[in-house]
Design a protein around this ligand. Structure first.
Ligand code: NDP
Length: 495
């Protein structure tokens, strides 16, 4: 791929003459520089926020019916599908994600999310409450105005759709801040928004680091709501800063999710689910299960099945259709994941497979590669059990009974997802209810639907994305009381 032009989006167009020191954007599979990214300082962020505020207040935007915004989103979904291969090429270069996961996972999910919110745009309902005979009591919803969508690097298109589609459906303007490491998909997405007829300035993009650009964006008083996806640590920081201006936030943060395999499960299918969940996108997926909790009566046999199957998993060239595991996406996350693997020696766990860097040939020698790794004999209290690695590392813990399985699953600080494998329907429901997670899959894993939310529990976040609830999070509430009797007493009271 040739070097990319990278520029923030201001008033729906590339701001190419912005003056700043460039940041090298790297293809993580090869280590090659694929573009130079400018950075928005506080005054550049202010200029972009002003553009968004003007666009939000413009008569053209305010005059649109909800269904017309829905039509724009339908057009956007069409464009994502029509230009899917161009999008795939960009994200291959920017994230090194395997091509089949892009074609069959990220791109279709992106358009499904946009279509869901296109249809939901004119389904927002207020309410009428009963009051005195002389008064009508109404509760309605209004957009916040300018909202900020702060994105991580792991799924640039899906995350952009998760923020932009509900924001547009509800009549807000939105400013995206992609990770500095992966701007290409977000910028392409914003250009498609313009092509779809979404007015200039309604979807803008700032570029730069979290500490400078992100901070300037979240603290700008004209930004009224923040939707953040990323680490728990940064999420907590954003929530504290937002509190200074009483801004609404929703935070989708980390996870250390468990897949529970009981002795009566279909072990072949369960093993496939375990490997897919742990190693898709090289483990860089917040809802992946990086802990396997397995009944100790089948523990050894199940581990053998996993080891046999993992040998068939292809690690390497992301452009080949049968590749499952690509590189880590950022140098920082690569160092973090390798750091966890360096620390396991002497901690009591056993490396069943992987454990370090694979040997790679050109052109991948300088890429950010880590072998899919399975660690057995892991116990609570070990860092590889308790902390999120966000890399291709699966920790296996054996449990003696259902109660212990639930207790181990819930023992971590996070509560995002879980998966239960058993043929006993009562147990499936009992365990699903007992897991302190936003979503639990039963005898399946990672199936995603725009209509159901994944509300994060514990340190995994706050608020909600996806589903109609995820759209309502982009609206503020308002009550209106109308008197229609000039003889009625004025003033407060419950008459
Ligand atoms: P970070 O929290 O480091 O960054 C997320 C985004 O926030 C980036 O765009 C980053 O900018 C920005 N940011 C950082 N500091 C600030 C700040 N002070 N103000 C405003 N913005 C800021 O996470 P990563 O991008 O490294 O993603 C990995 C983490 O995200 C993992 O822990 C994972 O669990 C979590 N995650 C959660 C998901 C979920 O849906 N629950 C999905 C995906 C990831 P920059 O990086 O450019 O400096």
């Amino acid at each position: 791929m040739t070097t990319q032009t990278i520029a923030p989006i201001l008033d729906g167009k590339e701001w190419t003459d912005i003056d700043s020191d460039p940041f090298d954007v790297i293809n993580p599979a090869t280590g090659q520089v694929i573009g130079q990214e400018p950075s928005c300082d506080e005054s550049a962020v202010e200029r972009i926020v002003d553009s968004s505020a003007r666009a939000f207040q413009s008569k053209d935007w305010q005059a649109l019916a909800a269904a017309e915004r829905g039509h724009m989103l339908l057009k956007l979904a069409d464009l994502v599908e029509e230009q899917a291969e161009a999008m795939v090429a960009l994200e291959l270069a920017d994230t090194g994600k395997p091509i089949t996961q892009l074609r069959t996972g990220e791109i279709p999910l992106t358009s499904a999310i946009i279509r869901f919110y296109a249809g939901a745009a004119d389904k927002v309902e207020g309410s009428i409450k009963s009051g005195s005979p002389n008064e009508v009591l109404m509760q309605i919803h209004e957009p916040y105005g300018v909202v900020a969508g702060i994105l991580p690097w792991n799924y640039p298109f899906v995350n952009a759709a998760l923020k932009v589609a509900p924001a547009i459906a509800t009549g807000n303007a939105i400013i995206l801040k992609p990770s500095q490491e992966t701007p290409l998909g977000t910028l392409a997405f914003a250009k498609l928004c313009t092509e779809a007829g979404i007015p200039d300035g309604i979807v803008n993009v700032v570029l730069g680091s979290g500490s400078t650009t992100g901070e300037a964006l979240i603290m700008n008083p004209a930004v009224k709501k923040i939707s953040f996806t990323g680490s728990t640590e940064v999420g907590q920081h954003i929530q504290k800063r937002a509190a200074e201006q009483m801004k609404m936030v929703n935070l989708e943060c980390g996870g250390k999710n468990a897949i529970l395999v009981f002795a009566d499960a279909d072990l072949e299918r369960a093993a496939e689910a375990v490997l897919l969940s742990a190693f898709v996108n090289a483990g860089q997926l917040c809802v992946s299960c990086s802990r396997l909790l397995v009944d100790k009566t089948i523990g050894a046999d199940f581990e053998s099945i996993l080891v046999d199957k993992i040998k068939k998993i292809k690690v390497g060239n992301p452009e080949e259709e049968d590749t499952l595991v690509g590189p880590m996406i950022t140098r920082n996350q690569y160092d973090i994941a390798l750091g966890y693997l360096d620390e396991i020696h002497g901690n009591g766990c056993k490396v069943l497979c992987g454990g370090g860097r694979p040997v790679m040939q050109e052109p991948f020698k300088d890429g950010l590669w880590i072998e899919p790794t399975i660690l057995s004999q892991v116990t609570r209290g070990m860092k590889v059990h308790d902390e999120e690695i966000f890399g291709p590392v699966l920790s296996v813990v054996r449990f003696k009974d259902e109660a212990e399985a639930i207790s181990i699953a819930n023992s971590v600080a996070y509560g995002l997802s879980g998966s239960v494998w058993t043929k006993d329907g009562s147990r499936a429901l009992r365990v699903s209810k007992a897991l302190d997670t936003g979503i639990t899959w039963v005898n399946t894993m990672l199936t995603g639907y725009p209509q159901i939310s994944v509300p994060p529990h514990k340190l995994s976040g706050t608020g909600v994305e996806l589903g109609v609830e995820g759209m309502m999070a982009y609206l503020k509430r308002k009550s209106i009381v109308i008197n229609h009797d000039d003889e009625a007493p004025v003033g407060w009271g419950l008459s």
